[in-house]
Ligand binder design. Structure first.
Ligand code: NCD
Length: 304
């Protein structure tokens, strides 16, 4: 593995190796214990052409906890606003001696294109491109599931709920769940927000959340992107909440020890209630914590 662009077609053994390594690093990731020799002398740049809270912060912490020099490049304040091409931006930073770029971009495939054009020694890590891929989110979600439910995914029933059509998180989760042999993957959402392009092959698709959550071991909720309202894909927030929001009553239909996940940012009161988001079954902050460990494992594997 030279770059990390997608989890699609990643061999199961490689996925599991990264998860095991992330678990080993988790204690250090949380406590910030020095592993600063691992990437000493390496320079990592976060290059974000789209906003981010969790992904960028956790990549930054991960790189620093491994001892890398860190450069945070924010496209909203830099020369990109003067029209500099994305590739020129990357080449400029590459010329300063940056070894790895953590890139988020609104366009599908943009990170892969930059990877193809970068110097041979440069490493690209996809921090989310369009609606296509968000591989480290997929990995941290798998780590969260593994911690809660063990390593045998064959016995798991999972439901992914919401705007799967526009979600790079859902796509990366699906790639990883399939690779790890998840027993049953259910996908639930309004018809207008579910893809019809083969993304859901092998999944049990439903528009009835009460039925889809029955007996599951984990519910993975997705953010309802407000722009879908403007596009007319969702009738109203009230309807969406009634049909696809996760509240305590609905959660009782899941398996007794079921966990609730959400990649953030959450729309509280729309796809998830406060009671569930902050309740005992929520793993939302565990996902965030795991994000640091997973990103340390990935940076170490690609650059260490
Ligand atoms: C997501 C993203 O930006 O893809 N957030 C994240 O990285 N944790 C999900 C979203 O914005 O809905």
């Amino acid at each position: 593995m030279h770059h990390l662009l997608t989890l699609e077609h990643m061999p199961r053994a490689m996925l599991e190796h990264l998860l095991v390594r992330a678990q080993d690093l988790a204690a250090d990731a949380e406590g910030g214990v020095a592993r600063r020799h691992v990437l000493a002398g390496k320079a990592v740049c976060t290059l974000f052409f789209e906003p981010s809270t969790r992904t960028r912060s956790s990549f930054s912490l991960a790189a620093q906890r491994l001892g890398a020099d860190l450069l945070n490049f924010d496209a909203s304040t830099a020369s990109t606003t003067k029209g500099e091409a994305d590739l020129d931006t990357l080449k400029t930073l590459e010329a300063m001696g940056v070894h790895a770029f953590v890139v988020r971009h609104k366009r599908d495939g943009a990170v892969a294109e930059l990877a193809a054009a970068a110097n041979p020694g440069t490493v690209l890590l996809n921090a989310g491109d369009g609606r296509s891929n968000h591989p480290t989110q997929g990995l941290l979600d798998m780590l969260t599931l593994r911690q809660a439910k063990g390593e045998d995914f064959a016995k798991l029933r999972i439901v992914i709920v919401g705007d799967v059509k526009h979600s790079r998180v859902a796509r990366s989760d699906l790639h990883a769940l399939r690779a790890l042999g998840c027993g049953e993957i259910r996908v639930c959402g309004p018809a207008a927000l579910l893809p019809e392009d083969g993304t859901l092959d092998g999944c049990v698709v439903s528009h009835d959340f009460d039925a889809a959550i029955e007996g599951v071991d984990a519910a993975m909720m997705l953010r309802l992107q407000r722009e879908r309202m403007a596009e007319g894909l969702v009738a109203s927030l009230e309807d969406y909440h009634r049909d696809f929001g996760l509240d305590a009553a609905r959660l009782r239909r899941a398996a007794p020890e079921a966990i609730v996940m959400h990649p953030g940012p959450m729309n509280r009161g729309i796809e998830i209630t406060d009671e569930v988001a902050d309740g005992p079954q929520s793993r939302v902050l565990r996902q965030v914590a795991n994000g640091v460990a997973v990103r340390m494992a990935v940076l170490e594997a690609l650059l260490g």
